[in-house]
Structures are given as structure tokens and as C-alpha cells.
Design a protein around this ligand. Sequence first.
Ligand code: UD1
Ligand code: CA
Length: 437
Amino acid sequence: MLNKKVKSIVLAAGKGTRMKSNLPKVLHTIFNKPLLGYVLDAVNGIGNIDDNYVIVGHEAELVEKYVTSNYDNAKCILQAPQLGTGDAVNKAAPYISGFDGYVIVVCGDTPLITSETLKNFIEFHDNNSADLTVMSAIFENPKNYGRIIRDRNKKFVAIVEEKDATPEQKAVKEINAGIYCITWNKISEALKNLKNNNAQGEYYLTDIVKWAVAQNLNVQSYILDNNEEIFGINSKVQLAEATKILNKKSVVRLMENGVQIVDPDSTYISPETTIGADTLILPNVYITGKNQIGLNCKIGPFAHIRDGATIGNNVRIGNFVEVKKSVIKDNTNVSHLSYIGDSELGSHVNIGAGTITANYNPITKVKSKTIIKDGANTGSNSVLVAPVTVNEMASVGAGSVITKNVEAYSLVVTRAPLKQITNWVKNKIEQLSGGNK
Ligand code: UD1
Ligand code: CA
């Protein structure tokens, strides 16, 4: 256990030019959650986090809105203009002055970092009584990263950016992951002394290493085994790669817990979805957000579960079914072509093909609830106009539009009565051929 407090600084002011987007880089999403959300969740998962400071700049208002509406313990600090990573951290300094603990610095564009790694990293710093620890990794292709420079005795002495590196330095494969643990009262002085006399004309945070070494402080590098975790997103190609990596972890974890996934490559399941053993996931299923799915269910092929679904055991969610913010209890079937949104379905409910819960009024912009109680069923192509309740064991006739609550055990039908006109076609044909004579 650490006996120091930990604060974090999350760097998120950059534009992310290579994303070629109007949206700031850190608000790009994987499974509907912004990159910055993954980083803040990983940081909060460390456990003993005191405060988080998010450095915002490009489209600051948008980023701040996301942060403040999702994270109570995060404060946004404006960095304008963006003069480099060192300048960014310096913007948080006034809020941390005199802090007798550790500050971790992470980038808002590395969504694959885990709480476990951050925890181990801080413990390493603590166990070594370090003043500054830099997370590093060995990359076969170190291009674009800062290089970890060691002296003849292998002592870590500096970080050199690719753009400032000599050919020998460029050959170094140990790179700076951009994650730092700082014993604040020992290092904060360095931030005041940063210079921007480098290839990019920026105040580099990485220069604190040289400063600390010159002060004879204890500077460590923590070499990370799992390179994937520090994968930084700079382009939409990398965003897709990160999505694949995250998805792979998620589906492997589920399969290890007993979920059967027929085709992991075409199945996307967010990391925040739990699924019980013996549930079968058929190809082309897309599940985003936070969901719970029970045991022995059958999902897909081609099902879309969007967020906030709580699905019981032995439930069938079939092809071309979309489910959003709904509770579906045990032994219920939604087998084909349906939309279930803002709904509560009891157990042993049968939803006919093409049933739609009409939950949204586009004029009032209000979303309303549909409740379907135990044992009830809907016929094919029924529309349930919310707010509406279908009570126990009731039956909705195919093709009906339900705008009032349905009593238990009753049948409700709204379609026009079937009318059969005997020989209508035959008469028509005769009429037509008569006309030709
Ligand atoms: C940085 C490191 C490099 C490291 C790499 C790891 C420096 C000088 N270099 O380089 O050694 O290998 O990360 O990914 O730190 N940001 C701000 N304000 C600024 C500039 C940047 O908030 O003024 C933020 C960005 O939004 C981003 C992060 O800091 O989240 C990193 O900045 P970026 O420009 O991507 O740094 P790199 O060149 O990748
Ligand atoms: Ca970067």
C-alpha cells in the first residue's frame, strides 16, 4: 500500500491534426466512449486518486463539457496557446503547489492503458523511492517517439525527441511512453526552468529528466512488457487499430468466462459488458456501452445492443434486433427485426417479428417507457407507442398500433377487420378480357 497521495494530470489540449476532424482528438470514441474517458477511468481505477487535472486547449469547451458531466473528481485547466507538454503540465502547477505526494502524468490519447499497469508503475516509483519515473517500452519501430537515452553505465540520463535525435539516438529502441510519475515537491522546480530551444520550439516535459539527473535526483525508467497499452492514437487508422485491440481483449475475456463466440473477428463487445456462461454470440453482433447479459442466452447474428441493457438468462435476441436502455427478464424472446428501447420486458414474453417500441417523440424530444409484463406477447409488426404498458399474459394482435395500456389476459387488435371478396380477381380478369373483344 502506498502511503502517499496521488494526483493526476491528463494532457488533452492538443488538436490531433492527423485525425483530420472537427472533433478534438480525445473526444473520438471507441464503443461510444471518448478516448479521454478510457484514460480517466484507468486513472480513477488506481484507487487512491486525490484529484485529476485535465489540460484542455483545442475545442476546450467541448472537452470540458464531457469531463465535467462525467467525472466529479476532474478539473479542467485551460492551456492556450499550446506550447508543448512541459507547458501543459506547468499549467496545473499552481493547483498542486506544496503537494507532498505523487503526480502521474498521462496523455489523453492512450485509451489502452490499464489501472493495473498504472498501479504497478506508481508502486515501482514508490518502492524505489524515486523522484521521477518514466514509463518506457521497447519498440521494434520506435519512429516518432522520444528515445530513452542511457549513458555508458546504462544509467537513464535523458529523453530525446525524434526530431532532435542524432542518427545513433534514433537507433535506440527504448521509447518514452509519455507516462510519468513525479514526486512533486522534488521535480516541480524543473518545470520553471524549461526552455524551448529545440526542433519544435516547444517546452518539452521530457526535459525534466535531464534536469533531475543534473540535480542528482533518483530517476528511473519502468519498462512496460505489454506495448499495446501505451498505443497512442494520432489518426483514424490508429483509432480503428485500438478498437480492434480493445475488442480482442474483451471477447477473449468473455470466452475465458464461458461465453461462446462463433466469430470473434466480426463480433464487437464493449469492455463494460458482462455476459454469463453458455451464452452464444453469433457473428456480426455489435454491443456498445455498459450492459449485463445473463447465462444461456442466444444473441445475433446481426444484433445491436446499444447501452444500458440488462438481459436475464435464457433470453433470445435474434437477427436485426436493436436493444437500448432496457430490462429483459429470463426466458424472453425478441427473435427478429425488432427495436426495444427504454423498455421493461418481463419473463416469458414473446416479441413478434418486427415489433417496435416507439419510445421517442421527435416534437417534444421526450423518450418514454414501454412495459411488457410476464407472459405477454406481441404479434408481428406491432407498434407500441410509449408510454404504454402491456399487462401480464396479454396478447397484442399482429399489425396493431398500441396507444393505450392493455389489460392482463386480454387480446388487443387495432387493424381493420379482414374483408374477403370472393372471386374478385376472377371477375376482374373476365372484365378485362371482355373489354378486349
Ligand atoms: C510525446 C513525448 C514523447 C513520447 C510521446 C509518447 C514530449 C516532448 N514528447 O510526444 O517523448 O514518446 O509523447 O506518446 O513530451 N499536449 C498538450 N499541450 C501541448 C502539447 C501536447 O496538452 O502543448 C498533449 C496532447 O494533446 C497529447 C499529449 O500532450 O495528448 C502528447 O502530445 P503530442 O504532441 O502527441 O506529443 P508527442 O509528439 O507524441
Ligand atoms: Ca502523441
